[in-house]
Ligand binder design. Sequence first.
Ligand code: FMN
Length: 311
Amino acid sequence: MSAVDLSTRLAGVALRNPVLLASGTCGYGAELAPFVDLEALGGIVAKSLTLEPRAGNHPPRISEAPAGMLNAISLENVGVEAFVREKLPALAPGVTVIASVFETEIERYAEVCKRLDGVGRVAALELNASCPHVKSGGIEFGQDPKVLASLVRACRAATTRPMFVKLSPNVTSIAEMARVCEGEGADAVALVNAVQGMLVDVHRRRPVLRNGLGGFSGPAIFPIALRMVYQASRAVRIPICGIGGIASGDDAVAMLLCGASAVQVGTVSYTNPRAGLEVRDGIEAYCRVQGVHAVRELIGALRAWDPPELA
Ligand SMILES: Cc1cc2nc3c(=O)[nH]c(=O)nc-3n(C[C@H](O)[C@H](O)[C@H](O)COP(=O)(O)O)c2cc1C
C-alpha cells in the first residue's frame, strides 16, 4: 500500500505532517529532544517570548485537575534575545520552529515581532493573545475585538513573517475574534489557549494555585476547542490550527474534519512525552484504514446530517 501523504500547509508554511507541539508544553525543544524525534513532528511552537526574561509566578503554579491540568506559570521565559542566541541554535536544523510572542502592551508585542523578523530559523510567529492587557484593566487582549484588532495590526506592520494569532477561548464569539484577525492581515488563527479555571483545596480552604485562577487544559477541554475550531472555520478563509485537549490521532482527525489545517498537542505531553508522535501515527493509521491518500483531503471534510442538524 502506498504511503499516506501527511504534509500540510499553515499560513504558507510547509509542514511535513499536521502535528505541532503547543507553546509552553515543549519548552524550547531541546528539553524534549533526548526523548522525542522533533524532526518527525510537523514542528514545535516554542514557549512564549517577551522582550525581557520573565520569572513567572511563585509556586504552587501547576496542579493536576479532572481530565487535565491547571496552570498559572505566567509565562516564565528567557526573553527574545536569549532565545535567538542560545535556544534556537541548540535545535537540530530539521526541526520546524514557530516562535510565540507575548507581552503586556501592544508596542512591546510589536517589538518582539520585529526582533524575530529576520531570524531565519523561525518559520512563523504565533501571537499569544491570551494574556492580560495592562492598559485595558487586565482584560485579555483576545477578549476585546478592538484591542485584538489593534494588536494584530501593530504586529502585522512589524513583521513580514507568516503570522498566526492564537485565540483565547474565554470569549462569547470565537467567530468574531477570528474574523478580526483575518481582517487585520493574520495569515492563520490558532485556537484555543487554556480555559480559565480554578481549584480549591477544601482542607486548607484556599485556592490550590497561589495565583487563585489558572488556565485549564488537557482532554477535558477537547469538546470546547473542537466546537470553537468548527465555528471559526465557518467564519474565516485563513487557515486554522486546532489546539485543546488533543490526545489521540482520532482527536486530531476530528479537528481536521472541523476545518483545521494542522493541530497542536499540549498537556498530554506531560504524561506521555511521545504523545505528539503517537498522534501523528494515529492520523496516518486513520488515513490507511479510511483509504485517504493525503491528509489534506480531511480538512473541513465533516459531513452534514441529512436532514441537516438544527444548530
Ligand atoms: C504548563 C502550560 C504552559 C503553557 N504556556 C503557554 C505559553 O507560554 N504560550 C501559549 O500560547 N500557550 C501556553 N499554554 C497553552 C497551550 O499551548 C495550549 O493552548 C493549551 O494548553 C490547550 O491545549 P492542551 O489542552 O492540548 O494543552 C500553556 C499550557 C500549559 C499546560
